[in-house]
Design a protein around this ligand. Structure first.
Ligand SMILES: Nc1nonc1C(=O)N1CCN(Cc2ccccn2)CC1
Length: 256
């Protein structure tokens, strides 16, 4: 029996941006297969003035504009009505970091309402009244919350049952399963030699155990080199004897 789609409602002044999810790739297939449903609600449709005003000058002065409470509140109530029980998230640099663990937690929710802010942000009273949590995709300032929302939707969608076929299995991703918290290993495909560079022979050996060990060694080594913070997280959970041995080998090879 097919399950109900995972419902996401994006509250945004630019609903056409949702096409980045609904019209391309894995997430497009998820929508077509009824695993993901993405609706948009535009606060401008809930304005009552001739100019369809959604922003206003900040109390206390200062640059830029702030998104008004009233249109947002009506838009969020409409979004929640169409997505009962959904968790309401505001994308913002003030939010908690989006990590794979957070994506896993969000994929387990009944649904999501994502509020994409523009301008200098949203009236704080709206956030206090309507938002469950704030999420940031990184410590940099963008022009709006739509791209962060689309990033979050992509990360969550890949975790929904049935979205990824075995070909593009999520298990081999850097942040899940045996490779959890590790950077990815190198990938190769035809031709076997490109500009004099040959594919590592182990990958042509057909020896799946050797291949698994090589990939794990590369993932551990690259994480050691590029993201020691992630390796520490993995170490805190304990490296297996095999993982420690592979990492030691990799480090020894780097200094030889
Ligand atoms: N980095 C990020 N990760 O999530 N969102 C972002 C991000 O840069 N933005 C741009 C500014 N928007 C409006 C805004 C401005 C100030 C305070 C609160 N909201 C929110 C979304």
């Amino acid at each position: 029996m097919s399950q109900a789609p995972f419902a996401v409602t994006l509250v945004t002044l630019f609903p056409d941006m949702a096409r980045a999810v609904t019209d391309f790739g894995v997430t497009r297939r998820a929508v077509e297969n009824g695993l993901l449903a993405l609706e948009t609600v535009n606060p401008r449709d809930f304005t009552e003035d001739r100019h369809r005003t959604v922003d206003d000058r900040p109390f206390g002065g200062g640059p830029g504009m702030v998104m008004k409470v009233a249109p947002l509140e009506k838009a969020l109530l409409a979004a929640r009505e169409g997505n009962p029980g959904a968790r309401v998230i505001y994308l913002s640099p003030q939010g908690q970091p989006l990590t794979q663990a957070k994506a896993v937690a969000l994929a387990a929710q009944p649904g999501l309402v994502l509020l994409a802010g523009r301008y200098e942000g949203v009236d704080e009273r709206l956030l206090d009244a309507q938002v469950d949590e704030q999420v940031s995709i990184g410590d940099y300032v963008l022009s709006g919350g739509e791209l962060p929302a689309l990033v979050l939707i992509d990360a969550v969608s890949r975790l929904l049952p049935g979205v990824l076929g075995h070909q593009d299995s999520a298990e081999q991703d850097s942040f899940s399963g045996e490779f959890e918290d590790l950077l990815d290993c190198p990938h190769y495909t035809r031709p076997e030699v490109y500009q004099g560079q040959a594919v590592p022979e182990v990958l042509l050996s057909g020896n799946h155990e050797r291949i698994r060990r090589w990939r794990l060694k590369q993932a551990l080594g690259r994480t050691w080199q590029q993201r020691p913070d992630l390796l520490e997280r993995r170490r805190a959970r304990g490296l297996s004897n095999e993982e420690q041995q592979l990492l030691d080998e990799y480090i020894a090879e780097q200094s030889s």
